[in-house]
Design a protein around this ligand. Structure first.
Ligand SMILES: [Zn+2]
Length: 88
């Protein structure tokens, strides 16, 4: 377990984020919990000047609300790709 400055706890075995003993979200794998948009990896360390991570909105973890939003984005993206494929 790791405690952050904001009092959040990361349960490493499951990737769950806890505040006051309550699970409030899941570690964001897209930005390696940095909250920043990653453009590359240098010696195993995520790098990039990028802005806020789109998947977690810069928090470093995804709440159930973030997961619903990402699922909607993914569905839209998949539908758009299929439509483009069928139009050919
Ligand atoms: Zn993220």
């Amino acid at each position: 377990m790791t405690t952050s400055r904001q009092g959040l706890i990361l349960r490493k075995s499951t990737g769950q984020i806890l505040r006051d003993g309550q699970v409030i979200g899941q570690r964001c794998g897209q930005c390696a919990a940095t909250g920043r948009f990653i453009t590359g990896v240098h010696n195993g360390v995520p790098t990039g000047p990028g802005g806020a991570c789109f998947r977690c909105a810069g928090k470093g973890y995804q709440t159930p609300q973030d997961e619903r939003r990402n699922q909607a984005y993914d569905s839209y993206s998949a539908a758009r790709a299929i439509r483009a494929d069928l139009a050919r």
